[in-house]
Design a protein around this ligand. Sequence first.
Ligand code: 13P
Length: 295
Amino acid sequence: MSIVSASDILNKATKGGYAVGAFNITSIMQMQAVIEAAAGLKAPVIIQTSESPAKMIGPEVIAAAYRELASRAGIPVVLHLDHSTDVDFCKRCIDAGYTNIMIDASSHPYDDNVRITKEVVDYAREKGGVTVEGELGTVSGVEDQVIVAENDSVLCDPDLGISFSKATGIDLLAPAIGTAHGVYKTENPKIDVARMRAIRTKADEAGMELPLVIHGGTGLSEGIVKRLIAAGGSKYNVSTELKYAWIDGAAAFTAQKPLVYNPNKLMQSQMDASAAVVIKWIKILGSEGKGGSNA
Ligand code: 13P
């Protein structure tokens, strides 16, 4: 039960009224820190890589490390490719052993988004055991190579969200609801919780087991996160906060111990900082204890 596709754990989370943390990592050591932190809380977890780190490390290397770390973890662990705009790279990650793929064709006109997304879904089906996330509307901010200005962001129309999911056959939908990648510029960003609820209701009415993804997790308040989960979101993405933890963890170490040239100790401080982020979010998302063998 360690290597799983996203649908396996997210349909359970949707029914159970909690969300699973999906954490963007940029190194193998950070992957280890995230998996160990989740295992300590017996929480299911999703490891995500954006395109740049995945291309830099290599999806085959990432997937091999994932298989080894997940098989010892004793909790369900998903390996997800995040916001890929490159269909060939999605296919390479499927071949390498990723268990969930996000093809982000949301910047294209609707019909092209359907066509591109469906190509990845068809490939995943052919291989088997791999689920696919698609996006409708656009999430503002910066996530790797995907850059959307706030004025250009478009929210997801609930009916179109359902038609898009049916036309493409995606397993998970990322609907744009006003969240943003990166650090929020205001203390109270306008998040459309009602839109999330409307999409969940329409999916349920259509008899679709369609987990809904909350992008832009860094910086949202606990209150709004809980409302989004109650409205039907079950995958919660955190990226920026983990990048800060990794870099600030190193900066704090070198500031406190300027003469300690020990890479293991340096990396341990980065891993500890990353683990603290993961533990905080798992507790907020309500997934603690949901990944044990009896959960
Ligand atoms: P943040 O960078 O705001 O945490 O967003 C993460 C995300 O949605 C990745 O897809």
